[in-house]
Design a protein around this ligand. Structure first.
Ligand code: GBH
Length: 461
């Protein structure tokens, strides 16, 4: 050889699936049109102190009115797949009852537009926008919400199943449960750990119920799955306290979802840890059989790797409530504009580990990306070299995991365009396309061009 090493990205097969991803509340706007009702995010955004700058998704990227142009933009990137989410409060205002034809009609047109341009639609049924009425009745900590979700899922499924093959039930239930009901950092902003654990179970139950019903109603083979946000959880040292903290973080971050989904049981150590805090998972007979309904694909969202210590800065192993300390310790890696450490090697390790602990489950990277401060130059072009480097390193990490035996079928960049970054509002930009929120102009960044060229190169193998 010449001594020139092959770029790991070039080991990906020509059949590898490439995409871009978004979610409804983050891009659509049109918050009060065509019968849409409020979601927990509309409420959260209107609660002072919750979202940066008190931003909200009322207008967002105005995608609801610009959908055909946005689909043309997606096509121009040369991706195979567009992953988007459906807004429950558009399709089923209030979270109960019949479908709202106007709301459903938007997704019907979106799917047709995509197919007409040769782009595969990948539907996520729930990306955090629970109808406010269902939260008023208790939200995800309440068992009935799982049944409401399955009913809603079928309204969407029956409308789109003739054209959509790939379905994700939930995006990142960890965020819905933990950030929504334990830390309160996301909607609905509750701080109640037992409620969060009930939410975990009812999210999983809703996933299982919807999966079973979609499978039964399918007229052709489907790709059904769920998307989890996962990272690595390493101990800060070899001490028992640090190792226990890392194990607990992994338990509540990865295993409390994948063990019931794949193996049909909750991890014993997690159940024990929770019991020690007086918390019980509200399992009823038959639930685990529903939750472990077979899936075809696991969506993996990766942003960073984490290290945990089991002591606080003063060496205490328990917090004021007597709960064991679990403290994230930064490792001095470079960080993104979110302050999240850039650790592509953790991505490879996570994927290889998942392929070993949960074998036989094909994976697709349904989100990966980074926020950086974007400064357009005088010509308006965004040379986002940090984001290009992030993609380069993380797609390489995926390729290396594949070479090490992990069954990874595709990669989707988060995100198609800058959008409403939840509690960070519009300040943080994850897009490969810049959005000017004054004019709603879309300007592909350097990362978009790099992504397009990379896809083209790999496809040409
Ligand atoms: C995804 O969630 C969402 O699906 C998407 O809507 C969102 O726009 C995107 O990511 C970017 O945020 O403890 O401070 O090191 C990401 C879930 C959970 C990832 C918390 C980072 C650890 C941050 N995030 N996680 S930190």
């Amino acid at each position: 050889g010449t001594g020139e090493d092959l770029d790991p990205i070039d080991t990906l097969p020509a059949s590898f699936r490439w995409g871009v991803a978004t979610s409804a509340y983050q891009i659509e706007g049109a918050h009060n049109e065509d019968g849409r009702t409020l979601s927990i995010w509309d409420t959260y955004c209107r609660t002072p102190g919750m979202v940066h700058n008190m931003d909200n998704g009322d207008v967002a990227c105005d995608h609801y009115h610009r959908m055909p142009e946005d689909v043309e933009l997606i096509r121009s990137l040369g991706v195979d797949t567009y992953r988007f989410s459906v807004a429950w409060p558009r399709v089923q205002p209030g979270g109960r009852g019949p479908a709202n034809p106007a709301g459903l009609g938007f997704y019907d047109r979106l799917v047709d537009e995509l197919l007409g341009k040769g782009v595969d639609p990948w539907v996520t049924l729930y990306h955090w926008d629970l109808p406010q009425e269902l939260e008023d009745e208790g939200g995800w900590p309440v068992r009935d919400t799982a049944y409401r979700f399955a009913d809603y899922a079928m309204l969407v499924f029956d409308q789109l199943k003739d054209r959509v093959q790939t379905w994700t039930t939930l995006n990142e239930p960890w965020c819905s449960a933990m950030l929504g009901y334990a830390t309160g950092r996301q909607a609905p902003g509750r701080q109640d750990m037992p409620a969060a654990i009930s939410a975990v179970h009812h999210l999983l139950l809703g996933h299982g119920l919807a999966t079973q019903r979609m499978r039964a109603a399918a007229a052709r083979p489907l790709e059904l799955g769920i998307t989890l946000n996962m990272g690595t959880s390493d101990p800060a040292s070899d001490s028992d306290a640090d190792r226990a903290a890392a194990r607990r973080a992994d338990g509540l971050g990865v295993r409390i979802y994948l063990d019931p989904l794949v193996h049909g049981r909750y991890p014993a150590d997690v159940v024990e840890d929770l019991a020690a805090r007086g918390i019980r998972i509200p399992i009823r007979p038959g639930d685990l059989g529903v939750i472990s309904a077979p899936i075809d694909v696991l969506g993996v969202n990766f942003y960073s790797g984490h290290v945990f210590a089991g002591t606080d800065e003063n060496g205490n192993k328990e917090d004021t409530e007597g709960n064991p300390v679990e403290r994230m310790v930064l490792q001095g890696h470079p960080v993104t504009d979110m302050g999240w450490e850039i650790v592509p090697t953790a991505f490879t390790r996570l994927l290889v580990r998942l392929s070993q602990d949960y074998p036989g489950l094909p994976m697709v990277i349904t989100e990966n990306g980074s926020a950086f401060v974007d400064e357009p130059d005088t010509a308006g072009f965004v040379r986002d070299h940090d984001r290009v480097a992030y993609f380069q390193n993380h797609i390489s990490a995926v390729a290396m995991a594949r070479s090490a035996g992990a069954d990874i079928r595709g990669y989707f960049a988060w995100s198609l365009m800058d959008n409403f970054e939840w509690s960070y509002g519009y300040e943080k930009r994850f897009g490969i396309v810049r959005v000017d929120y004054e004019t709603q102009e879309r300007i592909p960044k350097q990362s978009a061009l790099w992504y397009r060229d990379t896809i083209r190169r790999v496809r040409g193998h």
